[in-house]
Design a protein around this ligand. Structure first.
Ligand code: ATP
Ligand code: MG
Length: 177
């Protein structure tokens, strides 16, 4: 007999549409050495707020809380290939973080206050992880911006697996405009 699932590993994220994923793949091939573990294209994302393990009974309240968010759509220019601080990862990040992105993250965090969740308190550094387990040093560089029109955000369940994590997009909310 298997026990009922009582918690899920959850996070809020923005997820690139197919066209942007294809651009990202082309840039990765152009600029990155073929080493380390590449994130599968369908897994590429930018985390907004990481929730960690959440009791399943809290999910309806989480969804209800963020459904009231009135945040604006925005454009994100991904133009900075860098390594994650202290880790063997290559990130693609925006050199300039749009205010709308910071407002969305703040709105998510405030809407979730009082829900008995442990929310990340470190400074928010938006990024997309391209490569993990990088065995050699990587020289950070600026690249021709990849313009990403961000029109929605999503609640994602992360299922750890032996290879790359599996991500299930549970719900999607449109941004205004
Ligand atoms: P794996 O752990 O298998 O390498 P992953 O890190 O992408 O894959 P998760 O650990 O489930 O999968 O993380 C999901 C997302 O949340 C990732 O974008 C990850 O960078 C981010 N994340 C994970 N832990 C934290 C944390 N403590 N604070 C902020 N973001 C986190
Ligand atoms: Mg992880």
């Amino acid at each position: 007999m298997t026990a009922a699932v009582s918690s899920k590993r959850l996070f809020f994220a923005i997820w690139p549409q197919k066209k942007i994923r294809e651009r990202l793949e082309r840039s990765r091939k152009d600029y990155c050495p073929h080493i380390g573990r590449w994130t599968p294209a369908e897994n590429l994302h930018v985390t907004l707020v990481f929730l960690g393990n959440v009791a399943v009974r809290l999910i309806p309240s989480i969804e209800a809380a963020v459904s009231g968010i009135d945040a604006r759509a925005f454009n994100l220019d991904l133009d900075w290939l860098r390594t994650a601080p202290g880790k063997g990862m290559v990130w693609l990040a925006p050199k300039e973080v749009p205010n709308e992105l910071l407002e969305l993250v703040d709105a998510l965090k405030s809407s979730l206050e009082g829900l008995d969740l442990e929310i990340e308190k470190r400074a928010y550094r938006p990024h997309l992880t391209l490569i993990r387990k990088l065995p050699a040093p990587f020289e950070p560089r600026e690249i021709e911006p990849i313009p990403w029109p961000v029109r929605s955000f999503t609640l994602v369940e992360s299922r750890p697996s032996r290879g790359a994590s599996e991500y299930l997009r549970a719900r999607i909310w449109r941004l205004r405009g």
